[in-house]
Design a protein around this ligand. Sequence first.
Ligand code: GLV
Ligand code: MN
Ligand code: MN
Length: 423
Amino acid sequence: MSSQVTSPTTVGVRIDQGRLRERLDALAEISPIPGGGSSRLALTDEDREGRDLVRSWMTDLGLDVTIDSVGNVFGTWKCADGAPVMTGSHIDTVRTGGRYDGNYGVLAGLEVIETLMASNLVPSRPLSVGVFTNEEGARFQPDMLGSLVYVGGLDLETALDTVSIDGARLGDELVRIGYAGPAPVPGLHPHAFVELHIEQGPILEAEGFTIGAVDGVQGISWQEVTIHGQSNHAGTTPMRLRHDPSFVAGAITVFLRDLAIRFGGNQVCTVGKIDLSPNLVNVVPAKATITLDVRNTDETILKRAESEIAAFLEKLANDEGVRIETRVLARFEPVIFDEAVVDLVEQLAIQHGHSVKRLPSGAGHDAQMLARVCPTAMIFVPSHLGISHNPAEHTDDQDLVHGANVLLDTMWHLANDSRIGAH
Ligand code: GLV
Ligand code: MN
Ligand code: MN
């Protein structure tokens, strides 16, 4: 396969930096937060405004716009017959998001199409840009929910019945914001899928690479842990008589950090959410609810981490006299992308004069779901200091442009080279 893509040539046109920057800023201005980022949790009013804006740009470009029944939006340039070469990402954000995570991939996709149209370069397959629902998983779990439903990995009814952290039903929110569309899910299989994204980690910048050819995504294990104890008076209850959920939540947090350090390698663990009830200064809590985010590129090690955590929870419940319940919020195995598409990204980036590193993604992405149904890979650009899920997230304009130009050539090749892609 790799001999087919040893020396792809670039098509020679370049995206418009000013237009990409203007769209990124206009989208960020819909839901600005201090520090320069955005807060657009999935299916909120802010998400609707963002969707409306992106949809208007798709319409202005003359794209065929479709919305499916889980709210994924697709803008397709129907310039030829056949399955499209698809790109895309998401425009929902975490509550304290930056302006690049997801948005960049969607808007660079529009930029690719607009640039080719303006240059009278018509590919041999349709090109499509997808905006997938609830990629972040911050409001509804699991993450990548829209793309998971698109590829048939989660049935529509279960997805629509998902309840958010604020108690809203996903299906009701879709209707409320006007994005319960008519297109069926699972959706059509693209010919190939390639997603452009900021790295969100420190590696490319620290090692001096300008483009990442992403060869896979690490596995993700999310669970919610609820600890039921004995609420009591903080001043009168002797320490030996306590059944304290806040202590247990803290012990789990420390255990996860120690586990990650002990395992080393790619192991990461995070407790991102801690809720105490009744959450008062002088009350031993009745209940603690925390979330665990555990990731590794190696499924066997990820499973070992999960089983060590389960054993620790059981021991804590016995030692502390509390009741512990767990609920899986998301579980995705590591994904390996299509070798030929990764090669193509790498070769084209080299042709563009970049230093390229092959690396797996630490973050979850819609591409890992699309990889179930068509040849898929991703392109990364550097993230300054590796900061992401933070309004301070930053990538230099020059790097944004580099990534979009590599995306353009990758999509062009995938649309015109019949040897790569689904058959
Ligand atoms: C999605 O952004 C994730 O948590 O990886
Ligand atoms: Mn993202
Ligand atoms: Mn994200």
